[in-house]
Ligand binder design. Structure first.
Ligand SMILES: Cc1ncc(C[n+]2csc(CCOP(=O)(O)OP(=O)(O)O)c2C)c(N)n1
Ligand SMILES: [Mg+2]
Length: 266
């Protein structure tokens, strides 16, 4: 399954899982679907049979509220069954509303409280360097999430350390929970901010798989940020760029329309 096919299937699974569970951050999930599909298909060295294989690449989805996008992608890559995916957010499920490392092998660290995944990823990249490991560290953050100050201490340290094994992908959809990032606490010019902290920065269309692949796989001497310009709710016309779809469950009619749209997207 190539990344485009995977993204289409993940969008279908997101709709199915959230409708079945009756909760979930649907707009946030659809925003990072293409990023995760490219990571799992073309970038990450992982083995679902050995999710804790020491030489695996590390991925942290720091915007942990998009757990259903991550679980759906993991399902298509052999880490979970479809039956287990449907247990999302149920009592005793391994699939918490936000990813839990102790429950589900393949989750590198607990996320949900925003602002921690990037700092943890910096620690992992430092660790890889100390033990001379070849594996790489990847982290996906929200853009609103970057308003958390903890990120900027970590970004400063990664730049100082010239952590070339670290890549951060920012889901730049310009929306946070209920409002635009630029009206709440503006981030622009985001690439220049990272560059000033010693990073390589590139801005791309976060739904263009070729652009994502090329930007994420580019090598350099510095830590790298890929600012992926995305659309919250991508693929479902009535959810796109609508803050209200941050966390909302489609009605039966909306589900049918959304499923038809994501199935025809690519
Ligand atoms: C520390 C912290 N504060 C608040 C929240 C509640 N919260 C969950 S998602 C979200 C918005 C995050 O915006 P962004 O990072 O842009 O992600 P997107 O909504 O675009 O997926 C907020 C405030 C949280 N999870 N953690
Ligand atoms: Mg956002």
């Amino acid at each position: 399954m190539n990344s485009e096919e995977q993204a289409r299937s993940v969008r279908q699974l997101i709709l199915e899982t959230i409708s079945f569970a009756g909760l979930g951050h649907i707009g946030s999930d659809l925003s990072i679907t293409d990023i995760l599909a490219v990571l799992y298909t073309d970038v990450l060295h992982l083995d679902p049979e050995r999710p804790q294989w020491p030489d695996r690449d590390r991925l942290i989805v720091s915007k942990g509220h998009a757990a259903v996008a991550l679980y759906s992608t993991m399902t298509l890559n052999g880490f979970l069954t479809h039956d287990e995916l449907m247990t999302f957010a149920q009592r005793d499920s391994r699939l918490n509303g936000h990813p839990a490392r102790a429950k589900l092998p393949g989750i590198e660290t607990c996320t949900g409280p925003l602002g921690h995944g990037l700092p943890v990823s910096v620690g992992m990249a430092v660790g890889a360097r100390i033990v001379n490991a070849d594996w790489k560290t990847y982290v996906v953050t929200g853009d609103g999430e970057l308003q958390e100050g903890s990120n900027w201490e970590a970004i400063m340290f990664a730049g100082h350390q010239q952590l070339s094994g670290l890549t951060c992908i920012v889901d730049r959809n310009r929306l946070q929970q209920g409002a635009l990032t630029e009206e709440t606490n503006s981030l622009d010019p985001l690439d220049a901010k990272f560059e000033a902290f010693g990073w390589d920065a590139t801005v791309i269309n976060g739904h263009d798989h070729d652009a994502l692949r090329e930007a994420i796989l580019a090598a350099g001497a510095k830590p790298r940020v890929v600012i992926a310009e995305t659309t919250k709710g991508k693929g479902v016309s009535f959810m796109e760029n609508q803050a209200v779809w941050h966390h909302k469950v489609p009605s039966a009619d909306q589900f049918a329309q959304a499923l038809a749209e994501v199935s025809a997207t690519r």
